[in-house]
Design a protein around this ligand. Structure first.
Ligand SMILES: Cc1cc2nc3c(=O)[nH]c(=O)nc-3n(C[C@H](O)[C@H](O)[C@H](O)COP(=O)(O)OP(=O)(O)OC[C@H]3O[C@@H](n4cnc5c(N)ncnc54)[C@H](O)[C@@H]3O)c2cc1C
Length: 374
């Protein structure tokens, strides 16, 4: 059989390309070397982050992808675990930055909460450490990735997408995909290899200076009833998320964190906490930029993440029940890339920690690029 589209990679980006093609009535095959998804797409927070993404393309893609998640999740039986984000300001400088953010176009629909409002509305989850206020955004969503990605793939399969698992793609020629299971013919090919930097188009990937980022993640079980109103971030996120850090008003909070938390920042740590249906919290993360990710996970990094968690949230007796690390592709000068390999082949890589948030929009753009406007 000859397919209209072959997709290499069954992470969120590959599945997003398959979905966009399916919606146009195209025949699709998705090929992945693993038996089941085990890359970045299932190791992440499942945090579909809109608020704080870089102004422009990234924010627009996140908004669009958020809407696609809303359409597809119910059909695929994927619960939306959170609707909204609470960024808690611990320092006055953070509050100034959040207030400035709320005044931008990206702040539309967001609410700035005073210290009193924050305590009144969210006091039950807060540690009791002083807060200056908060930003509530209704735009962000969260899915439980370890279940959501397999469910999305199963739903796509039910809709007619063919999946070839445990199949390595060795090479791609115009209209032909050479795999360990033989040659697959396809009119167009989208290669979405995540952070595999060597198997396909190694020269292109090297020219773009793409490397890897490794992150520490934990699952934490609260010891007593605890319910988050949405995803949680704190002051440190204002430094890492470009939608905040590129604002002129971010300067003072960045400078203060650099003075007060040099060890934390050296480990690339900022706090994200999200919650799943079993009450468990996914807590992270750190950022270590390493072409060959270290297999050794230093406990002091986890301790710094947990310290910030306890600084912000009231979680006495909470226990870490799982630890893992994940890696994603990273580039010095771009958040994603779509390379034209030839007339019918595209190499698409999210080169930042934004793939759960932006992939559906990126997939739609690639399909339009390969097949023309619908
Ligand atoms: C710990 C962690 C936390 C994160 N948190 C967030 C978050 O909160 N929000 C957010 O938006 N993003 C987040 N990200 C980033 C996001 O997870 C990634 O950007 C996204 O998952 C990348 O998806 P992908 O499909 O490109 O890659 P992957 O999920 O890595 O999938 C690539 C697939 O391609 C397959 N493959 C590669 N080469 C071949 C080949 N030659 N033949 C066959 N198969 C091949 C692999 O087996 C793999 O299954 C996080 C990432 C990590 C690691």
């Amino acid at each position: 059989m000859r397919y209209d589209l072959a997709v290499v990679g069954a992470g969120i980006l590959g599945l997003a390309h398959a979905l966009a093609a399916l919606r146009r009535g195209l025949s699709v095959v998705v090929i992945d070397r693993e038996a089941e998804a085990n890359g970045a797409s299932v190791r992440n927070f499942g945090f579909v982050t809109v608020t704080g993404q870089q102004q422009g393309d990234c924010w627009r893609r996140a908004m669009r992808s958020r809407d696609v998640w809303a359409e597809v999740a119910p059909k695929a039986g994927i619960p939306i675990e959170h609707q909204g984000l609470l960024v808690i300001a611990q320092r006055p400088e953070a509050m100034t930055c959040l207030e400035a953010f709320a005044r931008t176009d990206m702040g539309h629909g967001c609410r700035v909460l005073t210290a009193a409002q924050t305590t009144a509305e969210h006091g039950a989850i807060l540690s009791g450490s002083p807060v200056q206020g908060a930003l509530w955004s209704p735009h962000d969503r969260r899915v439980e990735s370890r279940f959501a990605i397999p469910k999305l793939a199963a739903w796509l399969q039910g809709q007619g997408v063919t999946f070839l698992r445990k199949t390595l793609v060795k090479a791609v020629e115009p209209g032909r995909v050479l795999t360990t299971a033989g040659v697959i013919e396809a009119g167009r090919v989208a290669v979405c290899p995540g952070d595999d930097l060597l198997t396909l188009y190694a020269e292109v990937i090297a020219r773009l200076n793409i490397s890897r980022c490794r992150l520490h993640m934990m699952k934490v079980m609260p010891a007593q009833p605890f319910k988050l109103p949405g995803s949680i971030m704190s002051d440190q996120s204002l430094l890492r998320y470009l939608g905040y850090s590129e604002l002129p008003e971010a300067g003072p909070i960045i400078a203060r964190l650099q003075r007060e938390q040099p060890r934390t920042l050296a480990e690339g740590i900022h706090l994200i906490v999200v919650q799943g249906a079993d009450g468990g919290l996914i807590v992270g993360d750190s950022h270590h930029y390493e072409y060959s990710p270290s297999p050794f996970q230093r406990d002091e990094v986890d301790a710094l993440i947990l310290e910030e968690m306890h600084q912000v949230l009231h979680l006495p007796g909470a226990q870490v029940t799982e630890r893992w690390s994940g890696t994603y592709a990273t580039a010095p000068d771009r958040l994603m890339t779509r390379e034209v390999i030839d007339e019918v082949t595209r190499l698409v890589i999210v080169t930042s920690g934004t793939g759960a948030s932006t992939s559906f929009a990126i997939g739609e753009e690639t399909i339009e690029d390969l097949f023309g406007r619908a």
